[in-house]
Design a protein around this ligand. Structure first.
Ligand SMILES: C[S@@+](CC[C@H](N)C(=O)[O-])C[C@H]1O[C@@H](n2cnc3c(N)ncnc32)[C@H](O)[C@@H]1O
Length: 184
């Protein structure tokens, strides 16, 4: 990500830089106030996240789902916030401190091996899968850390195409628009 930022700063034309800047500032606002609450409503409708669960927010970004998940799982549960961008993890740590939640552990992508086999109840991947190049490799890693009969939820505009990547690892249990709930 740092490399991309340097590339954008140094190489791209000014117009593109303006567009990029707008996106960087606009996205967190849109996620926090518009799309995030709508997605969270689906959590409630489908009772996806429960007290006491071990929850992995894969590609957590700035933590718009990490903090609510930490509140729901409570002190008997735990949230692992994983991202390849260390800056995002710093933001999550600050937000968690501000929100007064202390059941979140941030994990940089390169340390995801530290997550034990079959230790997670629910993996949440929101608007991440389309960004990942080695999709199958990442999903195999998700398979490793999920408990048997654990849940993988993918929310992404790739929608139906996701089934090709999950084939043989997870079974699609439910689909609601962009949200797909899989079982290990
Ligand atoms: C569009 S943001 C979504 C953030 C958050 N899930 C949300 O919905 O608000 C995608 C996030 O995925 C992270 N990401 C992309 N590829 C990743 C990978 N291979 N491993 C971990 N994180 C990744 C990015 O750094 C970014 O924070």
């Amino acid at each position: 990500m740092a490399d991309i930022e340097i590339y954008l700063k140094e190489k791209l034309n000014p117009l593109y830089r303006v567009w990029y800047g707008a996106w960087v500032y606009w996205w967190p606002l849109w996620r926090s106030y518009i799309s995030g609450p709508k997605i969270m409503k689906k959590w409630t409708e489908l009772s996806l996240v429960k007290e006491g669960q071990y929850f992995l927010d894969f590609g957590c970004g700035t933590g718009d789902f990490t903090i609510p998940a930490a509140r729901i799982v409570g002190r008997n549960g735990k949230v692992f916030a994983l991202d390849c961008n260390p800056k995002q993890l710093e933001i999550v740590t600050k937000k968690a401190r501000k929100a007064g939640v202390n059941n979140i552990e941030t994990i940089p992508s390169e340390q995801q091996d530290n997550l034990a086999d079959e230790s997670i109840d629910i993996v949440w991947m929101c608007d991440v899968i389309h960004e990942i190049r080695a999709k199958r490799e990442v999903l195999e890693e998700v398979y490793r850390v999920l408990k048997n009969r654990g849940t993988l939820i993918i929310y992404d505009s790739l929608k139906d195409k996701v089934v090709n990547y999950t084939d043989g690892l997870f079974t699609l249990e439910k689909q609601d628009g962009k949200l797909m709930k899989f079982l290990k």
